[in-house]
Design a protein around this ligand. Structure first.
Ligand SMILES: NC(=O)c1ccc[n+]([C@@H]2O[C@H](COP(=O)([O-])OP(=O)(O)OC[C@H]3O[C@@H](n4cnc5c(N)ncnc54)[C@H](OP(=O)(O)O)[C@@H]3O)[C@@H](O)[C@H]2O)c1
Length: 248
């Protein structure tokens, strides 16, 4: 009898939105998934149940990615649970929108950057240390950092850093056959978007989308699945824009 050795993926911020869709999609592709969440485990448990009901493998791990010791513990726990990590998706993020730079407070700046910059930085650093040779690292950025607009003065710069780290890591990890890419979602219908953007603004955004609709979390998960799978093996150090076209 042969034992099927599954690939293992760790997805940060995987209890909701884009992370949730990525976890579910990777599990459908036969990958064992570590579902990272922070705080209340209810939504993470729902993701685990959905994956298990579909015949997949998933375990939830709590960790706050803005605390480096918790990131290190998270990776150690996932490695001991599954015997190693092949794929890391640095997805956890928070947003604040609609604040002109002139009104940004130090507290807002520190809160957002603790997750989006520091959290992403040290998740990617730990991924560089722990992902197996031949593995994949995928960072979820945002088109707001490519096409910045008024009111995005904290969020957009905080999402820009990941792309730079990705490009550096792609060069530093090539000798281990690890590819590192950034995916840039455009406006995508998730709790983050629904919390930060009014209904009227959502309608305005939808009208400006080339394909006449906002992105769905699954649109982004499909791109991540391609990069994580065998067909994506030759893509490395790239910025993949997933916004249905246009500059939004
Ligand atoms: N939606 C969009 O239009 C859009 C566009 C471009 C890029 N993105 C990016 O896509 C990623 C996912 O966002 P989303 O839209 O799916 O929003 P979301 O549903 O709010 O997902 C973000 C996830 O990150 C988690 N998280 C926040 N702080 C964390 C921390 N310190 N440690 C661990 N996990 C933490 C959140 O957990 P809690 O809910 O418990 O806080 C949540 O599950 C983010 O990086 C975001 O910047 C989103």
């Amino acid at each position: 009898m042969t034992t099927l050795i599954k690939k293992v993926a760790l997805v940060t911020g995987a209890a909701t939105g884009i992370g949730r869709a990525i976890a579910i999609r990777l599990a459908k592709d036969g990958i064992a998934v570590a579902v990272n969440y922070v705080g209340d485990s209810k939504q993470a448990d729902e993701v685990i149940n959905e994956i298990k009901q579909a015949g997949g493998t998933a375990v939830a791990f709590e960790a706050n990615v803005s605390v480096v010791s918790e990131i290190v513990q998270l990776f150690d726990d996932v490695s001991s649970e599954f015997g190693g990590i092949d794929i890391v998706v640095a997805n956890a993020g928070i947003a604040v929108m609609g604040i002109p730079i002139i009104d940004v407070t130090e507290a807002d700046f520190d809160r957002i950057n603790a997750v989006n910059y520091k959290g992403t930085y040290f998740v990617l650093q730990q991924a560089a240390k722990q992902v197996k040779n031949g593995g994949r690292i995928i960072q979820i950025s945002s088109t707001s950092s490519l096409y910045p607009a008024a009111g995005l003065g904290i969020y957009a710069p905080s999402k820009a850093a990941g792309k730079v780290i990705t490009e550096i890591l792609a060069q530093e990890l090539g000798h281990r056959q690890i590819s590192v890419n950034s995916v840039f979602p455009g406006p995508t219908r998730t709790p983050l978007m629904q919390k930060e953007v009014s209904k009227e603004e959502m309608e305005r955004i939808t009208q400006n989308m080339n394909l006449g609709r906002m992105g769905e979390p699954e649109d982004i998960a499909n791109v991540v699945a391609f990069l994580a799978g065998s067909d994506g093996a030759w893509i490395n150090g790239q910025q993949i824009i997933a916004n249905g076209g246009g500059r939004i």
